[in-house]
Design a protein around this ligand. Structure first.
Ligand SMILES: [Zn+2]
Length: 210
């Protein structure tokens, strides 16, 4: 057992409330929706890591390039989870303390929103090309599902939109937008539900096919 595991166990046994633990369970349940953000086998971003190598007999075989440990061995036990009312916020992810917080009775879309922040924090701590690869894989996948995706991205990418969102609640870049759409589709929500910030109204009339 490493130090990380010990800390997590201590948190579980001594600090976490039953509500905090229930939140952790919910986060873990949703984990499979975020496997793409760790480039896990079977996901679209993983396709961009595939390659071939030669074995000892000189025969080529299919394999994949190795990834940073933070992605390869990702675990939700590296973070803490808190159910707590916060002034003016339904949820937050604090990358300095590694704590994901949601308000009591938070709905799933709030939890999923904060989970994107958690995973994007991990990605943004890695070489920038990993962010780029994830962005491209998500875009290509969603382009077939959301006919007017480019129109939505163009609106989101405007300085007014991105800076105003940044000032309200931190970075919600195009990668964040794309992942939130991926989750909306997986959950059967209208586009903009996971994103929040009232954007569900902006995306009315933009349909998707599953
Ligand atoms: Zn946010």
């Amino acid at each position: 057992m490493n130090t990380n595991d010990m800390d997590f166990l201590k948190w579980r046994m001594e600090e976490a409330s039953p509500e905090d633990l229930a939140l952790l369970d919910r986060v873990a349940d949703f984990g499979e929706f975020f496997e793409d953000m760790c480039f896990a086998p079977g996901t679209k971003p993983y396709e961009l890591t595939k390659c071939q190598a030669k074995d000892d007999d000189g025969e080529w075989f299919d394999t994949s390039m190795s990834l940073p440990d933070e992605l390869e061995y990702f675990s939700y036990t590296w973070f803490r989870y808190k159910v707590e009312k916060q002034e003016g916020l339904s949820g937050s992810f604090n990358h300095l303390t590694s704590v994901l917080t949601v308000e009591p009775d938070a709905n799933d879309s709030t939890i999923l929103h904060e989970m994107i922040h958690l995973h994007e924090f991990l990605i943004n701590d890695q070489p920038m090309y990993l962010h780029d690869m994830l962005y491209w894989a998500l875009y290509r996948d969603l382009k077939d599902k959301i006919p007017k995706l480019d129109e939505i991205i163009t609106g989101h990418a405007h300085l007014l939109t991105e800076s105003s969102l940044f000032n309200q609640g931190g970075l919600h870049d195009i990668l964040f937008l794309l992942k939130s759409f991926d989750l909306d589709i997986r959950m059967g929500y209208p586009l903009g539900t996971v994103f929040g910030y009232g954007r569900i109204d902006d995306f009315k009339g933009y349909d998707y096919v599953k």
